[in-house]
Design a protein around this ligand. Structure first.
Ligand code: SAH
Ligand code: SF4
Length: 348
């Protein structure tokens, strides 16, 4: 076992590295490209799946390299067909991933960090703080895992699992590019969405990217004092600066950001809160997603009643703000952010 741990992940090799390894093993050069394709286009997770590679060579490679893919610790299947996984990386760190099928589409929700340092009070991920950031490969591995489990091509990915993507900016962008790469997973940039709690330097850098990736902002309140209480980790990135940054983002990219608004009973569903949200959005390019808060065990925060959510949607629409009420997928399997992992902590 010790021995396995020290072996190098074959997916960290470049094509040139593979060529060098094969030359070392006195193998013909064309094998390098074959093996490279198995790893990076066909996304196999063992040497045995490389059926056009001789068994002796596969055995030799498996003596030298490993596939550092995550292990599935828990899988829950929802009545609506979505599947939630707890995946563990070779170092014992685990994260949550969700696969959400609909007709001929398959959407995946990935984590960018194990845990999160932002401490939003409504979010189960925030409760235990940050364990560590994930590498780009670890983010992409979650997508491969879901694709394999469903036996289907993934058509979109949302970076809305555990963690704050812009607190792990470089790896997030590398993962986006690996997913977008026509030679790799080949998902269109517009079908790759990153959600941030409002880390302004990250939004500015994101605006500079040449790709048409989609941006979602977790807003949750357009009143500063409420937002400070709900999302203490982003107090310093004020709503005013956030608004300015988003207008610059829209001017620069021509893309429409979406705002996530999880409705919490008595907290952000009051008339002044609705007025402030309308002020924040009206006349700007944006799309608002209203979500009923997911009940988190042990939390004093409760979901808003449906009629309030409908009222807010009606009011936003009247002011020309496009608004969708989103159903939280997989409610019955605790698919809300961080809840599967949280439950394991409770049970252990
Ligand atoms: N850290 C990033 C992305 C991960 S959180 C962010 O905050 O945007 C993904 C989404 O789930 C965010 O919009 C977050 O605010 C939301 N969320 C977290 N806990 C929730 C809950 N209990 N109910 C509804 N939405 C929740
Ligand atoms: Fe972190 Fe996002 Fe949860 Fe806030 S909502 S604690 S930023 S994962």
């Amino acid at each position: 076992m010790e021995h396995t741990k020290r072996m190098r992940d074959v997916r960290s090799l470049t094509l040139d590295d593979i060529k060098a390894v094969l030359a070392d093993l006195n193998q013909p050069a064309f094998r390098a490209k074959q093996i490279y394709e198995w790893i990076f286009s066909k996304n196999v997770c063992s040497f045995d799946e490389m059926t056009n590679v001789p068994k002796t060579l596969r055995d030799e490679l498996s003596q030298r390299f490993t596939f550092g893919v995550p292990t599935e610790i828990v899988k829950q299947v929802s009545r609506d067909g979505s599947r939630k996984y707890l995946l563990e990386f070779p170092d014992g760190t685990s994260v949550e991933t969700v696969g959400m099928p609909s007709r001929n589409k398959l959407s995946v929700c990935v984590s960018t960090q194990a845990g999160c340092a932002m401490g939003c009070v409504f979010c189960a991920t925030g409760f235990n703080g940050l364990a560590r950031s994930l590498s780009a490969q670890e983010i992409v591995d979650q997508v491969h895992h879901v694709a394999r489990d469903f036996g289907e091509r993934v058509t979109s990915v949302v970076f809305m699992g555990q963690g704050e993507p812009f607190a792990n900016f470089d790896n997030t962008v590398t993962a986006l590019r690996m997913l977008n790469d026509p030679e790799g997973v080949n998902i269109g940039a517009r079908h790759l969405t990153v959600s941030t709690c409002g880390v302004i330097p990250g939004i500015k850098r994101f605006a500079e990217l040449p790709e048409q990736f989609t941006l979602a902002i977790s807003l949750h309140s357009a009143i500063q004092s409420t937002r400070n209480k709900l999302m203490p980790g982003v107090r310093k990135y004020t709503l005013q600066r956030l608004h300015e940054t988003l207008q610059t983002y829209v001017e620069k990219t021509g893309r429409r950001p979406s705002y996530e608004f999880a409705m919490i009973d008595g907290i952000n569903d009051t008339t002044p809160e609705m007025d402030a949200l309308i002020d924040f959005c009206a006349g700007t390019l944006c799309h608002v997603n209203l979500i009923q808060l997911n009940d988190t065990p042990g939390s004093l925060l409760k979901p808003s009643p449906v009629h309030k959510i409908e009222t807010l949607q009606r009011r936003l629409t009247m002011h020309g703000v496009e608004t969708t009420i989103r159903n939280s997928r997989g409610n019955d399997i605790d698919a809300a952010c961080g809840q599967l992992k949280q439950k394991r902590v409770y049970l252990s």
